[in-house]
Design a protein around this ligand. Sequence first.
Ligand code: PLP
Length: 489
Amino acid sequence: SLPHVEVLVVPHAKGRVSRLSPTSQKAVASVCSCTRYTAMRSLQRSSQLIGALERCSLALSSSTAANDISQASMSTSAPAQSTAAPFSYTPPGRNHLFVPGPVNIHERVLRAMNVPGQNHRDPWFADFYKSVLEDTKFLYQTKEATPFIFPGTGTGGWEAALTNTLSPGDKVVCFRYGVFSHLWIDMMTRLGLDVHVVERPWGEGADEGALEEILRADTEKKIKAVAVVHNETTTGVTSDIAGCRAVMDAANHPALLLVDGVSSIGALNFQMDEWRVDVAVTGSQKALSLPTGLAFVAASKKALEAMKDAKLKRCYYDFADYLRTNPKGMVPYTPALALLHGTQESIALLRAEGFQNVVARHHRLAEGARAAVAGWGLQTLCKNPRWKSDSLTVVETPPGIDSNKIVNAAYAKYDLSIGIGLAHINGKVFRIGHLGNMNEVMLLGALCGVEMAMRDAGIDITPGSGVGKAVAYFHQTSKVIPTRESLLA
Ligand code: PLP
């Protein structure tokens, strides 16, 4: 009967048992050694107990836990009706992950990360690390910038960008048009910078005209940086970084251009050298299609020059520590090696596809999603075509329909994860992420799920109305996958 017991132990208890005290662990072990009938029932109870313990952060004393579990193991009363712990059942097939990060990880990347513990001081590491660093330049389309890879996330990348280039009280101009631009502004304020915030309606992008006016008015050149979120993941809006650079040049302003490319770099067109971006930032769980855990940053020569006078406190994210070690293929502290193996593989995949093809694929996927939205008779939050994001599509729900119901139905019924509306637009929009390791058939699957979930939420959507438009668009624009041409010759 052991396999039956195992089935219950694995999803409900095993992962949690290790967090219990030794006495409680023993109690669970004793449950596992009961007869099959008793064990199955008591395990159901003990798994609930463990779940409850977990929820209250193991606040109960371990002896109470052990007692309760032992009592559960001896219980002969009838099992409760619904005994499975919440979310403990794993449905067949894949979870359909369509949030705008974290995104789907390619099998090749998963395999590349499946490495044992390794010593980064062994002789192979230096060449490996230097080549991964060099590879990341591809993402920013830069030959001139210096790349950094930090353990961290996009937020850590923001901190690196600010603290390495600015001093307390420095003036920074930033647009606020969603949660992520807001959080970056919040960080700037907390670091002691003097932020000139340009408020923009949510659903619109950076206003180059307003930026030019502000920069021209700054005759004493007090503004030290312009910080722009390239792709606002809250609203599905992509701002025009080349346009921002153009007005900075027109105003003949020397401010640094700092860009959050967290949901754009590796998916959308990004030209660090051509746009003369001074610091660019992204995170591993976005277009690079890796697990969360790395912050990728690139700094121009001008940014590294600014670093010499920058007085903001920095330590973990200090460029200087990396500049001392990286050229020798060394790192100032233990690198996230598995993630670096994944990075190498992920960039190899993007390189094989080609930068412009990656950008074109994202555009095509987004156009398909937008065709579906139009087919449903709905609208994207972003109305102006110049700002529509190719990384994600943010869909407005009709008045009176709570978009959270769609998101919940999608997950509850179809194992489809889509993004909720953030902050004050929660309940009014949902977000379909289509960046990173993604293709048209995957996206069509998600659009089918969204269509059904919208019907579940009470929107009178004709089945196939949106999906049909996306199918038509993808079919019209489809191309043979490289190296498979002979099959259709
Ligand atoms: N900037 C943008 C545009 C984002 O979408 C996110 C996260 O979604 C962040 C910054 C923050 O990145 P992280 O959550 O990796 O710290």
